[in-house]
Design a protein around this ligand. Structure first.
Ligand code: PLP
Length: 417
């Protein structure tokens, strides 16, 4: 008899049998309030009837029609529909299956298009677990240790992480941009730098939002030096942050967007978008993947876009996010950082909320975060942790969550803390 590898550490003891809306139901039929959404994937809620119907209908017509062989209708329609929500000028799409693959596709495109070998990534960023994606990932050492050498040519610059540095936004941003300039003057000259890759909100790195001055600073340097700006919206796209794209909060202007997670309500699908001119500079045959743009996943993604629009999920994310943050800040006030430690920070955007636990001397407190996380699981509130030491408990409920469900989540959170 075989079993799953122990390397797959399960965050909760739940054996999920079925899902509906913001709830997962276990074998005994008990409901668990799911504030993880499959790590920010099932934004339309578990098994949204429209997504289910679209996928079922497509399964009966065509499951797989590989895009280097034939075009199929769900892929063509999805490309048109995504064109309506992508930033102006990003009118060319390419599909694969996961966030990591899409990150690699963006990296490959940037290097081929510029003919330059290096990438600048930002400290605390997470871009995936495949080799090139992991090489650009620094949110925790576990993602990049024990199997090197990683891809060479990745230079790291600071992210304006105010809580980490203990600085205000302006100071942290000036520091980050100054260090970036220094890096471009010494470690990787502009002539060698293909792209910057950045998340609008550090995800695995602890739910740390970027800011407008920082993203404008990146854009300005990218324009000045002919460097491409890749914005990794894998976790932040499709309304997660209360705007359609995470970078919409910060006047971000990407050359390449990377998307996945919220795109297809749980079907494996990811995409990169760029201008036609840029996309045409990828070397023919260098991009692709057997399952990329799978017909059933594309049909589910079209239904997902319908649901996001019809049920105003972006607006709901912003409104329910305000409610969530107000409640989380109230709880945090009862646990200020003292000799025993406490809640050091509550941060994020929309329905992407992180609560950072610190020890009495202000160090990351992964142990307390783990205990609170376990206490929440016992109360059937499913959460996740992130950050360098797992010190940040995060909440990413499906975007269909309603006011009562947020209140219920907050009640269980208060008890757990
Ligand atoms: N990029 C970001 C910002 C992510 O949050 C993730 C996954 O959490 C990835 C890339 C990698 O996506 P995947 O796990 O689908 O490979």
């Amino acid at each position: 008899m075989s079993a799953l590898s122990p390397v797959l550490k399960q965050a909760t003891p739940v054996l999920a049998e079925r899902g509906e809306g913001v709830h997962l139901y276990d074998e005994s039929g008990q409901a668990h309030l799911d504030f993880t959404a499959g790590i920010g994937v099932t934004s339309t809620g578990h098994c949204h009837p429209k997504v289910v119907a679209a996928a079922q209908e497509q399964v009966g017509k065509l499951i797989h029609g590989q895009y280097t062989t034939v075009m199929h209708k769900p892929l063509r329609t999805l490309s048109e529909r995504l064109g309506e929500v992508l930033p102006n000028g990003l009118d060319s799409l390419f599909f694969v299956n996961s966030g990591s693959e899409a990150v690699e596709a963006a990296m490959r495109l940037a290097k081929q298009a510029t003919g330059r070998p290096n990438i600048v990534a930002f400290q605390g960023g997470f871009h995936g677990r495949t080799l090139a994606a992991a090489s650009m990932t620094t949110s925790a050492t576990k993602f990049r240790s024990g199997y090197g050498p990683l891809m060479s040519g990745v230079a790291l610059a600071p992210f304006p992480n105010c809580f980490y540095y203990g600085w205000d936004e302006e100071t942290a941003t000036k520091f980050a941009l100054r260090e970036l300039d220094q890096l471009l003057a010494t470690v990787t000259t502009p002539a060698d730098t293909a792209a910057f890759i950045v998340e609008p909100v550090l995800g695995e790195g602890g739910y740390v939002p970027a800011n407008t001055a920082f993203l404008r600073g990146l854009r300005e340097r990218a324009d000045r030096h002919g460097i491409l700006l890749i914005i990794d919206e894998v976790q932040t796209g499709f309304g997660r942050t209360g705007k359609f794209w995470g970078h919409d909060h910060f006047d971000g202007k990407p050359d390449i967007i990377v998307t996945a997670k919220g795109l297809a309500s749980g079907f494996p699908l990811s995409a990169i978008a760029a201008s036609k001119e840029l996309m045409a500079r990828a070397w023919p045959g260098s991009q692709g993947g057997t399952y990329g743009g799978n017909a059933v996943a594309c049909a589910a993604a079209i239904a997902t876009l319908d649901v996001i629009q019809e049920e105003k999920l972006v607006e709901n994310s912003a409104e329910r996010g305000e409610q969530l943050f107000a409640g989380l800040r109230e709880v945090a006030e009862s646990y200020p950082v003292g000799g025993q430690g406490g809640i050091g920070d509550v941060r994020g955007l929309g329905l992407m909320a992180g609560i950072e636990f610190v020890t009495g001397d202000g160090s990351p407190d992964g142990a307390t975060a783990a205990r609170v996380h376990a206490a929440a699981s016992e109360r059937r509130l499913l959460l996740l942790t992130c950050g360098t030491q797992g010190q940040v408990v995060r909440m990413i409920p499906p975007l269909v969550v309603n006011g009562e469900e947020i209140d219920e989540g907050l009640r269980l959170w208060r008890e757990s803390v």
